[in-house]
Design a protein around this ligand. Structure first.
Ligand SMILES: [Zn+2]
Length: 183
């Protein structure tokens, strides 16, 4: 693989042990990866063949989570391979457009937690929060818990239909009103 850097230099990825190449795993994906490794070790059978199958399985799954990162030796620019091996140059401009090089390799299909939390005892104007990657919202003291609750269930329905919910939790004044985790 060769990358034409914007500065005119060539970044070459042809052998192993490159000092200007590395791997990134998103924090969004990290715990899924650990779980896959745990499962593969715990559930692998006793024979050497079983172990080999588990190891190969883990390697191929890690490949699905990792992004490659390259740095140009001449100018120091950073390039990240995104899903589908498309290359992205990291610049502050891209960042300000809301694109994160550290987000999940699963993109929009990443399974995300939904947390709704309203607390009357909060200091300041904001009493309620809906935390969910891409859909977060704040609720001021001129609104009420009902609004947050409606938004929570609407979001849960929408994202469940897309299969992108990891877990859901709704709290009102520290009491759990609703919770959901997959079986
Ligand atoms: Zn360069």
């Amino acid at each position: 693989m060769k990358i034409n850097c914007r500065c005119g230099s060539l970044i070459i990825d042809q052998t192993d042990y490159h000092s200007n190449k590395g791997y990134i795993i998103s924090d969004q994906d990290y715990f899924d990866l650990l779980e896959i490794i745990d499962n593969a070790i715990e559930k692998s059978g006793p024979t050497p063949k079983d172990k080999e199958r588990a190891v190969m399985g883990i390697r191929s799954l890690i490949g699905g989570f990792q992004k490659n990162v390259y740095q140009c030796f001449s100018c120091g620019r950073i390039y990240i391979s995104t899903k589908g091996n498309e290359l992205k140059e990291f610049t502050a401009v891209e960042h300000s457009q809301g694109s994160s090089i550290l987000s999940s390799t699963k993109g929009e299909s990443w399974k995300r937690p939904i947390i709704g939390d309203w607390d009357d005892s909060r200091k300041g104007e904001i009493l309620g929060y809906l935390w969910c990657y891409g859909y977060s919202k704040e609720y001021s003291n001129s609104e009420n818990f009902q609004t947050l609750q409606e938004d929570y269930f609407k979001l849960l329905g929408d994202l469940s239909a897309k299969g992108t919910v990891r877990s859901a939790l709704l709290k009102h004044n520290k009491q759990v009103i609703h919770s959901w985790v997959p079986n």
